[in-house]
Design a protein around this ligand. Structure first.
Ligand SMILES: Cc1ncc(COP(=O)(O)O)c(C=O)c1O
Length: 395
């Protein structure tokens, strides 16, 4: 029976990552996946994470099953971090509920399931371009997907109606690196309040754009203004817990009472997908956030990571400018976070790969955090070279 399965489409990002792994050139540069790398090219375990892991190992807590909502102390800590306040009960956090998930992806899927069970057939608007997994996750949950332009989304979103949901990335937009201005975020909140659609915020890169508080500003502003909102939170990037699959689904309503069935609906969705989320990453994050010293150490490390990303972007911008590509340099300088989208088509990205051993996605996205500093001049030369010759040479 299984041999009857037609070839399914392979994931384009993991296909490129496999091509990179098979590339024998020693100078090959992997800028495909959204993973932070230090100046040596390694993805480090943060010192605060290592310290929390040592404390957890010494404590050696039981590995008995946790509840369907996962680690409840973690959920409280996430509510406080994302929505502000002191203990997850005051301000907007006081009218929110949170469930631990299998990373940001699990949060997106659980919240998509919540939308479906609440109102089947709901239309969810996603940005164009979008994070590659947004449409597949929403469609797998049986939702209808429409797109709005990014940036410059306000015109399209005037067509979003009451009962629609609008998926927005809270900061450091993947793939473009372009975020709305504070005025545009306020206009989005006005539109949501006036037309009655619900914001669904995806938070994956907070702390890696302008700083943790600044990166959470738009999410908190929306939370203070709209009656209902969904938030998918990932701890993969800002705690470096990629493979520990740590995240949280947050739902904000008019009051805790109004949300009384929401946690059960999220638990039911988790029960049929994976039952309950893995404990380790959530225990690490909780250990860090509940300890003043560890929390400060983590924040300082996050700032260093952000500083390296910002410095890489500035350096690439300067080198592109020096090579006469001022317009492209200016566009790059305005972007934020781990990613940038270069003004290069699939053929130019292929040339970058073949001639300069630089692997980005076919849509032109590169991981700014993945470039070792000494490779930036070479990357700039490669980008400038393929920009000089925009069309494929015959043969
Ligand atoms: C915009 C966005 N959302 C969500 C995720 C999901 O991250 P994870 O499931 O690894 O936490 C990612 C990962 O790259 C992302 O870029």
């Amino acid at each position: 029976m299984l041999e009857l399965l037609p070839a399914p489409p392979a994931d384009p990002l993991w296909d490129l990552a496999a091509a990179y792994a098979a590339d024998p050139r020693p100078e090959r540069l992997n800028l495909v996946l959204g993973v932070y790398r230090d100046h040596t090219g390694a993805t480090p375990v943060m010192a605060a994470v290592r310290e929390a892991e040592i404390r957890l190992a010494e404590r050696s807590a039981s590995k008995e099953y946790r509840g369907l909502s996962g680690n409840t102390a973690f959920n409280r800590a996430m509510l406080t971090m994302v929505l502000g306040g002191s203990d997850g009960t005051d301000g907007p956090a006081g009218r929110a509920t949170a469930v631990q998930t299998v990373a940001g992806t699990g949060a997106l899927r659980l919240l998509a399931d919540l939308i479906r069970v609440t109102r089947p057939g709901t239309t969810v608007w996603i940005s164009d371009p979008a994070y590659v997994n947004h449409r597949p996750i929403l469609e797998a949950a049986g939702l209808t997907v429409r797109t709005y332009a990014w940036p410059g989304m306000l015109d399209d979103l005037r067509a979003a109606r009451r009962d629609d949901v609008v998926l927005l990335q809270g900061c450091c937009h993947n793939p473009t690196g372009v975020d709305p201005s504070p005025e545009t975020w306020e206009a989005l909140a006005d539109l949501a309040c006036r037309n009655g659609w619900m914001p669904f915020v995806d938070l994956a890169y907070h702390g890696l754009g302008d700083g943790l508080e600044a990166d959470l500003w738009a999410t908190r502003m929306l939370a203070a203004r709209v009656p209902e909102m969904l938030i998918a939170v990932s701890c993969s990037k800002n705690f470096g817990l990629y493979s520990d699959r740590t995240g949280c689904a947050v739902v904000l309503g008019p009051s805790r009472t109004a949300l009384r069935h929401v946690e059960t609906a999220l638990q039911n969705a988790a029960r049929t997908l994976y039952s309950m989320p893995p404990e380790h990453g959530a225990a690490v994050v909780t250990t860090i956030l509940e300890d003043d010293g560890l929390r400060a150490a983590w924040r300082a490390e996050l700032d260093v990571m952000r500083g390296r990303i910002t410095a890489n972007r500035a350096d690439l911008t300067a080198h592109l400018g020096a090579l006469g590509r001022e317009d492209e340099a200016l566009a790059l300088a305005r972007q934020k976070g781990m990613f940038s989208t270069l003004p290069l088509g699939p053929e130019q990205m292929r040339r970058l790969r073949d001639e300069f051993a630089v692997y980005g996605t076919t849509s032109g996205r590169i991981n700014i955090a993945g470039i070792p500093a000494h490779r930036i001049p070479c990357l700039a030369r490669g980008i400038a070279a393929v920009l000089e010759q925009p069309y494929a040479v015959a043969g």
